[in-house]
Design a protein around this ligand. Structure first.
Ligand code: KG4
Ligand code: ZN
Length: 331
């Protein structure tokens, strides 16, 4: 089954063609980073406008890149939520119209289910059940995953998402948006042992997170060392990153052990973090667990993961109708 995936939940306009939920034939991601950079975060109104400009060329390029024509597509999968409503509406309405014109089935899917299914686009996917850590700009959650479309939430952030903490700390340090990549790079020149930031475990046996405290701690450190913090910026970045990474790694390993899962998946934009990838691999190894982390291009928002999860709904006969709508928050 050839599925066209469409993703416009935040600031990336993406389209992909995926065969049978596993093989990527083409994947196009058009980022709006340049547009939002100077505002230090995503401006929703600008995001929707940019999606409107990009959606037709991005989808056209995805179909063209795999040497197919629109008539050869079997179905369309599109992100229905969670995300920015104005952004979601662009992709969702486009998918509706496209499916109607081509007279093919279509399905609206949950963006978070897409991230979890991103590991199935790689060569060695995990067997069910497995424990998944989804860490992105909007969400940080741990799931017990029992099928492509069945998940139990074991824990989630009570305040900021991990990616949001990276972005906010980057803003405090005046490093620009999005902050994750910059902090990741900067940390390579820093020593994480020089400035120790707090690790918030909440109840150690539970799987919820809290990242607002560490952001405040970084802010307090910067205020206290106003005159010379710029000389320590790599050590601050490394100290902050290590604190976040330690908590994320600890909790996903505990969650896997609690559910007797031998396999772990690390997904979402923050899964691109080089220290997190390394630390989870080390910790999993010493606990006899196997880790599955997608390639970098599948960690951030993309449409291949949307087509991947859409495949399982479509195969089961689940489709969406013209009266269906987007949703902004996870239910
Ligand atoms: O999954 P994603 O692309 O979008 C959402 O669904 O939110 O995640 C974006 C988040 C941003 O907060 C960004 O700063 C973070 O992922 N991110 C990183 C890295 N690359 C992206 N965080 C830490 N280290 C990275 N290398
Ligand atoms: Zn995402």
């Amino acid at each position: 089954m050839f599925i066209l995936g469409i993703e416009t939940s935040c600031d990336e306009t993406a389209a992909a063609v995926v065969k049978d939920g596993t093989t990527i034939l083409s994947s196009v991601v058009s980022s709006q980073v340049e547009v939002h950079h100077r505002y230090g975060g995503v401006v929703p109104e600008l995001a929707s406008r940019k999606h409107m400009e990009a959606i037709v060329p991005v989808v056209g390029e995805a179909v063209e890149n795999c040497g197919m024509s629109f008539n050869q597509l079997d179905a369309i999968a599109v992100t229905r939520g969670p995300g920015l409503v104005g952004s979601l509406l662009v992709g969702f309405s486009f998918a509706k119209a496209c499916a109607y014109a081509l007279d093919i089935p279509w399905v609206g899917v949950n963006h978070l289910e897409g991230h979890i299914n991103s590991v199935f686009l790689e060569a060695d996917p995990p067997p069910f059940p497995f424990a998944a850590l989804l860490a992105s700009g909007g969400h940080t959650s741990i799931y017990h995953v029992t099928s492509h479309t069945s998940f139990e939430v074991m824990g989630q952030t009570r305040d900021d998402a991990a990616g949001e903490a990276f972005d906010k700390v980057a803003k405090i340090l005046d490093l620009g948006y999005p902050g994750g990549v910059v902090i990741d790079k900067l940390s390579m020149d820093g020593d994480s042992n020089i400035i120790k930031f707090p690790r918030t475990y909440l109840e150690k046996s539970m799987f919820d997170f809290s990242f607002s405290g560490i952001k405040t701690a970084v802010n307090r450190y910067v205020m206290k060392h106003k005159d010379n913090y710029k000389n320590q910026i790599a050590d601050i970045a490394a100290g902050f990153q290590e604190a976040v990474v330690e908590v994320l790694s600890y909790k996903i390993i505990q969650a896997a052990c609690e559910k007797n899962c031998r396999h772990i998946a690390l997904v979402g934009g923050v899964a691109a973090n080089s220290r997190l990838r390394e630390k989870i691999r080390e910790d999993a190894d010493s606990n006899g667990l196997t880790v599955h982390i997608p390639s970098l291009h599948l960690c951030g928002d993309n449409a291949a993961m949307i087509a991947a999860v859409g495949y399982h709904y479509l195969k089961a006969g689940k489709t969406s109708g013209l009266s269906d709508d987007v949703f902004s928050r996870s239910r």
